[in-house]
Design a protein around this ligand. Sequence first.
Ligand SMILES: Cc1cc2nc3c(=O)[nH]c(=O)nc-3n(C[C@H](O)[C@H](O)[C@H](O)COP(=O)(O)O)c2cc1C
Ligand code: FES
Length: 633
Amino acid sequence: MRFSSRKELEEYIAQLKAREDSQRVLVCMGTGCLAKGAEAVYRRFVEVLNARGLAVPVSLEREEKEKGFSLCPTGCMGICETGPRVRIEPRGIQYLRVSPEDVEEIVEETLKKGNIVYRLVQQETSNGKVQYWPLMKDDPFYRKQIRLVLRNCGSINPENLDEYLARDGYLALAKVLTEMTPEDVIGEITKSGLRGRGGGGFPTGRKWQFARMVRSDKKYVICNGDEGDPGAFMNRCLMEGDPHAVIEGLAIAGYAIGADEGYIYVRAEYPLAVRRLRKAIQDAYEAGLLGKNILGTDFSFDIRIKEGAGAFVCGEETALIASIEGKRGMPNPRPPYPAQKGLWGKPTVINNVETLANVPQIILNGASWFRSFGTATSPGTKTFALTGKVKNTGLVEVPMGITLRELIFDVGGGIQGNKRFKAVQIGGPSGGCLSEAYLDLPVDYDSLCGAGAIMGSGGLVVLDEDTCIVEVARFFMSFTQSESCGKCVPCREGTKHMLNILQKIVDGRATLEDLLLLEEAALVVKDASLCGLGKTAPNPVLTTLRYFRDEYLDHVVHKVCPAHVCQAMREFWIDPEKCRTCGKCARVCPVACISGRPKVPYVIDQTKCIKCGSCFEACPFDAIVIRWRRKDQ
Ligand SMILES: Cc1cc2nc3c(=O)[nH]c(=O)nc-3n(C[C@H](O)[C@H](O)[C@H](O)COP(=O)(O)O)c2cc1C
Ligand code: FES
């Protein structure tokens, strides 16, 4: 179907809605579930349903409704760890860890008889009682979530344009092209208070306004799908699960600023996202929703995909532009800002995937609808990749202003193994670590900034009592150090210097002077670096120094790692009761720190021991014990 007017599109959507079948088996085909064998589950459903004449595996075909159930592969449902996931609509029955062997039973029991297969249901045991969550609406993981951006993710087939259309897809584009001027669009987005979801939280309407005002024969819009933060996967899931929403948002951004060309920058490590976006772009072209004179209007818009090679710095706007231009992905000083002089020297707006996916909803439902979610200064919702030591890891979307406690303990289900919460690392390598005292902090741009962290693009790693905070800071510093493009000295040398000090601390070689140097270096790198990578790289160190200074002091002064993680803080000790004085340990010790005589238990000189563990491995009698140093030793 090719649409040459808004009316045609609206009529077609009305037809789709009339035929949309109500009974659907949704099989998650997100990257997480695919990795756990979702494809075999899907195939088995095709076989079993077809054998029983219950469905054909193409959704929204009229015949299906008559046959009973339709089968639909979807994007991520949000809780990949328990994949492969299957959901049965309209009841919203959800099954987890489904294998091909379970399919027959699901069809027989649930589809035919309406019974729930409890062994495949989300469950929790507390005080010896088992609680089941067969329905999505009752599941604590979903209860506090508001899925605006993820509304289609896990609910439609991302490779089928009709499914997107049936949910009012491209109606927002049709609306702006036929009844709104570009200024109206910018006005509505500005009124909505939408802020960039890529990390900085810059007001989207204002960014578009800057680019609109610049006179130029050519302008560009770019969707930033680089997502290089460790632990983050929200943008990937969105591109995989609802690619048309991103495309529609990008086209609306193009119309608003006066651009006729857009790019989607996706890292090549996201092959499924790339494939689904390509398919969606092609389908949109064929339907007349991209290309020349969209829906019979004067607006023409092309979209290209640029696959990035996967460097964290390429998410930075100026580096991303250089990368699309075929140059090395290195940042440039700003100003000029991309809105003035961007891709190929032309005015360019760069927006994050999630920012753009919000746009069609705001246009369709209005700015005040959007403002009814979230807080006054951070309206709307935010997606997070909730990971770490939390029970329910996954892709979540919550209203801005939710507290960290609600996010971690209600949505996330609390800490695994009933361990103690220690900290949350929010905002990826540019963000910070917040302690227990901040659990009631509302998650919005300003509150997080005030606490020294940032929203970032949505990576959220929960840490428990077994995590060493200094090691966490060292990990993030080693990430940013190796991802520094090396263009400016403060970032290139400063991050290396900081990493060396952090390494000394975890190795038990640091002094108090090193700690002061670390803090000083962090402030210099933050102030003097050229781009956002260097400017924010010290954040994990600065926040951990602020909230967990005692733990640094334990490492530096007492040479103790309270979480029992830093290997240098452990001791090898010979249990005199078990030692048979064979001398094997002393023979393998590379620094000759073990002494003993026949019939006298051997002893390790702790001041010389390099903790290599050779003695531990050589002892045939398990006489060598690993002990963690304590402060009072
Ligand atoms: C080192 C670095 C990496 C970044 N990575 C991303 C990214 O992966 N995705 C993203 O949208 N923004 C990223 N940003 C922020 C972008 O440069 C830019 O601000 C954002 O795409 C703007 O879109 P928004 O206003 O919709 O948030 C990164 C910034 C820096 C400094
Ligand atoms: S990939 Fe299936 S739930 Fe995330």
